[in-house]
Every structure is written in C-alpha cells, then in structure tokens.
Design a protein around this ligand. Structure first.
Ligand code: ADP
Ligand code: GLC
Length: 491
C-alpha cells in the first residue's frame, strides 16, 4: 500500500509528546512490512536545512485568496533508508520557534494558516512526486483539515481512490480558532458548516476531521469508548457517537530500537529479566545524577511528563493538596521528576525541591535522563486525568519499573492491578483522581516494596515479559486502511 502520513510531529525531527513517537514508529513498522510509506511535516525553524535534501522547484499551495510558494526538503528516517520524510518549508508559516506555539503564545493565532499549508501541501507533494497514495493518514487536529480537503476537493480529482484516516492521539486538543481564520483554508465558505468546521461560532479543526474522515482511530480500546461519553468527549462525544461505526481503538506499540533495557544505549548498564539485578546499577546512577542519597534499599519513584493538567499535576503537586509534600515527608521514599510545562507547576516543583531532601527534579526536556529514570526507578507515577494511550507506563513495564496509574484510557489497557494474595499483576491502580488516592496508592506500593519483595520481583518479571511491539498494531491499521478505501471510494 502507498501510505502518506500527515503530522505536525515525528521523531527525531520534531517532538512535543508521544504523538511524535507513535507516528514514526508506525511508519517504520509499515515500511518494514513492505509498504510504501512517506511522512509529510513542516520544516520548522529548528530543523536544520543543511541536513536535508532540497527537491527541485518551488511548490505552490492554495491558501485563502491566492497561492503560497513553498520549498520541499527530503530526508530519510534514521536507520530506515526507505522511509522518506518530506518537509514543507514556508518562512511565514514555520520560520519561528515552536510547533504549535511558544510559552508566551501557547497556541499561535495563525495556526489555521500554518497547518493549512501542511494539509494542502500533502496533496501538492503527492502530485509533485507523481505518487498518489492509497491512504492519507492524518494525526490529530493539526492534520485534520487534510481529511476535509480530501473528501470535498481532491477526491474529485486524481485522489479518487484514496481513503482518509484520522488518528486522535488526544481529544483534549482540538484546534479551535476564530471564524475569520476559516478563510486561510482557501475553500468554499459552504464548507464552514458543510464540512463540520463550525463550533460555537468559531472553527474546530478536529471536529471537521472527525466529520470528514473515512475511518477514525484512537490509541487504545478503552479511550475509544471514553471519547464517546460526556465525561471523556470534550464536547465532541455526540459527533463521535454518530460516527461510532467507523471508530476503532488500536493500542500504540513501543519502538524497541530505543526502548529495550537489554540494548538501550543510553543506560549505564543494560539488563533483561534474567539479569534484573543489574537494574541496581542504573538506580545508583540515577540517585547520583539527581543528587539523591545513594541507597539501594530506599524505593525510588520516577515521573517523566509534560506538566499539563491532563497528567494529574494539580492533584500531585498543587500546594493546596500537599500530596507530593506529604508523600515525601511521611513515607521512606525518594522521588525523581523530569518534566516541563505549566509555569505554576515548575515553580511548585522547585519549591518542593528546596524543602525536601528526598525529592529531586530536572525541569526541562532530556531524552537521556528520561531513559535513566525509567531504568533506575523502582516505581513510576502516572496519575493521568485522562490518557489516550500513554507510553511511559509501557516503557516502565518493559524496564521492570512498576507503574502506579489511574485506571483510565490506555493505562487501564496496559497495566494489571496488584493482587496482594497472589503477587499477580504488573502495577498499582486507583480509580478516582484525588490527592488521597495517589497518596494511598504510593503508600501501598511502598508497603509492598519493604514487606513483599517476592511479589515485587514477580510483578517486575511479569511486566518485562509483556510484548508491546508495533507489528500487531500495524496489522490493525492495515485493516482500517482497507476499510477506509472501501467506505470512502466504494471499492
Ligand atoms: P503525551 O504524549 O501525552 O505527553 P505519552 O506518555 O504518550 O504522553 O508520551 C510522552 C513521551 O514524551 C514519552 O516518550 C516521554 O518519555 C516523553 N517526555 C515527556 N516529557 C519529557 C521530558 N521532560 N523529557 C524527556 N522526555 C519527555
Ligand atoms: C498523546 C496522548 C498519549 C499518547 C500519545 C501517542 O499525546 O496524550 O496518551 O500515548 O498521544 O499516541
């Protein structure tokens, strides 16, 4: 199959979250299965042009009232020569810091214009390459307009055999802008209502994508159900229920080339479940690196996260609840945090660090440290308010680091709760997102650490033996692609 992925992010070129991991890993897996896959994304300012190959000639893209002239660059995915990534270069749209925004303007007001360039660009690129895909696979709100363009414009042209698939990685981000910005798409105003853009008098890009996609997927089976409920639907549950016959939940996999403790090049010492004792070397390295007391007997609780409300940061860090402060003061534990995001939370974490010797944090983004925290911690805390899939709890399972999670979305689909009688399970779960629930579950895990060593080891080994490869997920995507072509193009 010829598959074009349209995405604002893909590792290693641009990443703000798990979306970037998922897009590249799926594309690599499909390529290895023999499919002809390409990725198209913006050439952000930070992506060095000197490392890319410039394609001949400019590329014109229809935008409101005219045409934007862009350049197109090409690169191969590292270690995957066959998978080509195309970068659309347009100074006004992408010649600035930030993927969606910056700390001072968190959501660029001209995002409809910027991502219209990406979405129309996907079709123009296909034409330029003389390569019409069987599937256009769009990820999240920023790529959603491409599904509208496919259904209402390009399918009447040479894309008449192309199916359109939308993957929702996070329903909490929908791309909502003013009505005026609809003009940047350069499409008929009839489509403002007709293609599902209209939302409370403005525009909603994800809503338009959901309305126009031939098939819709999200990144875990539980999340596929949750988004169709008032509680998890972020206002789009009604529309998703209308479209429920085309909604599928496909769990993300893990790219084992980066995330396998037996081969992970970023670790001081590799280990597998047969050599799990060597995990202690990583624990020591982590304690040293973070400035925690080096002591193999104290359990380390790791956290790696975007500091965003979705992740339960209010319940965990807000001083009103004192959850983290109480945990670190009352329990004989250590906590190592890596994260960046909301300013209040970054400040609060710094305050906690100044008060608690057993709480250490690194505010920022650090790929190496994220691997060391996964390998060196005994437990991993992930109390998400909602979690479409979640990658870190899966990394934790594979690294013998027991996840402590709220039972929601992909967390519910990947972690099995500890059974105190038998020692079965792979982690610790709670239902309600409250500071008390987090505190009590961390306390429960701490008790097991000190008193049920055999259970802890059994759970670590159970988790490490799980497989979360992309192969099984990629097969489900292929079924979805076939169904999209059938539904969209009637064959
Ligand atoms: P989300 O995409 O909602 O942020 P996921 O769990 O799916 O959540 O993916 C998060 C990804 O981003 C993981 O690969 C995680 O290791 C990484 N990550 C998040 N914050 C940081 C950080 N501060 N430094 C390094 N990696 C981070
Ligand atoms: C989103 C979700 C996360 C998911 C990731 C990749 O960022 O928040 O749960 O794992 O996308 O699909």
């Amino acid at each position: 199959m010829k598959i074009l992925m349209v995405s604002a992010e893909a590792v290693p070129f641009a990443k703000t979250g798990g979306l970037a991991d998922a897009v590249s890993a799926l594309a690599i897996t499909l390529t290895n299965m023999g499919h002809d896959v390409k990725i198209v994304m913006p050439r952000y300012y930070k992506i060095d042009r000197n490392k890319l190959k410039l394609l001949d000639g400019p590329m014109g893209i229809p935008v409101g009232g005219g045409e934007a002239w862009t350049a197109v660059y090409e690169a191969s995915m590292p270690q995957e020569e066959k998978l080509k990534v195309y970068f659309i270069d347009h100074e006004q749209a992408f010649g600035r810091d930030g993927v969606y925004g910056t700390p001072s303007e968190t959501d660029f007001h001209d995002n409809p214009f910027r991502f219209s360039i990406l979405c129309h660009g996907a079709f123009q690129l296909s034409r330029k390459l003389g390569w019409i895909p069987d599937i256009i696979h769009c990820h999240d709100w920023s790529a959603s307009p491409a599904l509208v363009f496919l259904k209402h414009i390009y399918r009447y042209q040479e894309f008449n055999k192309t199916g359109g698939v939308l993957t929702i990685h996070n329903l909490g981000y929908q791309g909502q802008y003013s009505k005026e910005s609809f003009a940047s798409f350069g499409i008929d105003w009839g489509l403002y209502y007709g293609a599902g853009f209209e939302h409370h008098g403005g525009i909603n890009l994800l809503q338009a994508g959901i309305s126009s996609a031939d098939m819709i997927t999200t990144v875990s089976p539980t999340y596929a159900r949750e988004i169709q409920t008032a509680e998890g639907g972020f206002g789009l549950d009604g529309l998703l229920r209308v479209r429920s016959d085309v909604v599928r939940g496909i769990l993300n996999g893990v790219d084992l080339r980066s995330w396998d403790p037996a081969t992970d090049k970023r670790l001081p010492k590799n280990y597998s479940f047969k050599t799990i004792k060597d995990k202690a070397v990583n624990k020591k390295a982590l304690q040293e690196k973070m400035g925690l007391e080096v002591n193999p007997d104290i359990p380390v609780f790791g956290i790696v996260t975007r500091l965003a409300d979705q992740k339960g940061i209010a319940e965990l860090f807000a001083p009103t609840y004192g959850c983290m402060y109480n945990m670190c003061s009352n329990l004989k534990i250590q906590v190592a945090v890596l994260g960046s995001g909301e300013a209040w939370c970054e400040n609060e974490i710094r305050t906690l660090e100044s008060k608690l010797p057993n709480f250490k944090a690194y505010i920022g983004y650090d790929e190496n440290l994220s691997h060391l925290i996964e390998a060196g911690s005994d437990f991993f805390i992930m109390p998400s308010r909602y979690e479409p899939c979640g990658l870190n709890q899966i990394y934790s399972l594979l690294y013998g680091t027991l996840p402590i999670v709220r039972k929601t979305g992909g967390l519910a689909d990947t972690v099995e709760n500890y059974n105190e009688q038998t020692g079965e399970g792979t982690g610790f779960m709670f239902d309600q997102l409250t500071p008390d629930a987090i505190y009590n579950t961390v306390g429960w895990a701490t008790y097991a650490y000190y008193n049920k060593k055999d259970h802890i080891l059994k759970m670590q080994k159970t988790g490490m033996a799980k497989t979360f490869t992309w192969d099984a997920s990629a097969k489900q995507y292929l079924d979805t692609y076939n169904e999209a072509i059938f539904r969209g193009c009637g064959k």
